[in-house]
Write a protein that binds this ligand. Structure first.
Ligand code: FPP
Length: 260
């Protein structure tokens, strides 16, 4: 049904606004950009071309999210586990990130986008760290879309990091163990000042969370599609939002719960 709708849909702004309720947009959308390798393989192309094409999709989706007025977009570019890939693929992904920053930062800045990086950035090459720092500083005061790129990110590593920082604070008597609650954990995550994702999009047919935003996604709505990331278009993004708007979110409560 929705495929028919999608095939008819162009990606003009007009259509986008006609198909979703812009007064009830998800505040925070997370995306696992999966399927670059499979996209390339199906075309008999090297994986590198899949990743390049994936970077192009990222560009389009950030633009769409920004135009729609989404507050936060978090995309998973490189996980703590992706170091297990062959060295040439790791190098390629790092170079793509570096090129992305070179090519996109001016436009992102002009579009009032604030770029942030989440993950163990200190574990990246120094030149890349500097570029990341520069991009973050340049866009830090922008008030439009907050665009988080998760690089060298793992949900377990993020929680482990939080536990270590909190332990140090307890040791230094800055914090009492009995005062630790959920808000303490949240305050020590990379996303400490952001709302939790309302919607997770995972293309390419796998149904897993892959160590992404483990704490933050406790009540996130998931949206899956078989389409590989390089083929993922703004129309699919809009469809995910449209489907999200049909979901009933209960956060552990029951339907139509009245406050007592
Ligand atoms: C997963 O697809 C994708 C990645 C591990 C990398 C995501 C990177 C991009 C979309 C490139 C753009 C990124 C930046 C920051 C410019 P996969 O390779 O695991 O696909 P497969 O499961 O089909 O092999």
């Amino acid at each position: 049904m929705w495929k028919k709708w999608l095939s008819k849909m162009s990606t003009t702004k007009q259509d986008i606004y006609n198909n979703i309720d812009v007064s009830r947009l998800p505040q925070h959308i997370a995306i696992i950009m999966d399927g670059n390798g499979r996209w390339a393989q199906r075309r008999g192309l090297p994986r590198a071309l899949g990743h390049r094409s994936g970077a192009e999709t990222l560009r389009e989706i950030v633009k769409t999210a920004s135009e729609l007025g989404i507050k936060v977009l978090t995309t998973y570019a490189f996980s703590t586990e992706n170091w297990r890939r062959p060295a040439d693929e790791v190098d390629l992904l790092m170079n793509l990130l570096s090129d992305y920053l070179d090519n996109e930062i001016t436009e992102l800045h002009n579009n009032n986008v604030q770029i942030r990086f989440i993950g163990h950035i200190d574990g990246l090459a120094v030149a890349l760290q500097k570029k990341i720092e520069k991009a973050q500083t340049q866009t830090a005061h922008n008030t439009g879309l907050i665009f988080n790129l998760a690089v060298n990110y793992g949900g377990r590593a993020e929680l482990t990091r939080a536990v270590k920082i909190i332990s140090e604070k307890v040791k230094g008597r800055e914090l009492n163990t009995e005062d630790i609650d959920e808000s303490t954990i949240e305050a020590h995550l990379y996303t400490f000042d952001l709302p939790s994702p309302d919607l997770l999009i995972r293309p390419s047919g796998d149904f897993r969370i892959s160590n992404f935003l483990l704490w933050q996604m406790a009540y996130t709505e998931f949206w899956f599609t078989d389409i590989n990331w390089p083929d993922f278009k703004p129309a699919h993004f809009v469809q995910a939002i449209r489907d999200y708007q049909q979901r009933e979110r209960r956060f552990g409560g029951i339907k139509n719960t009245k406050k007592r």
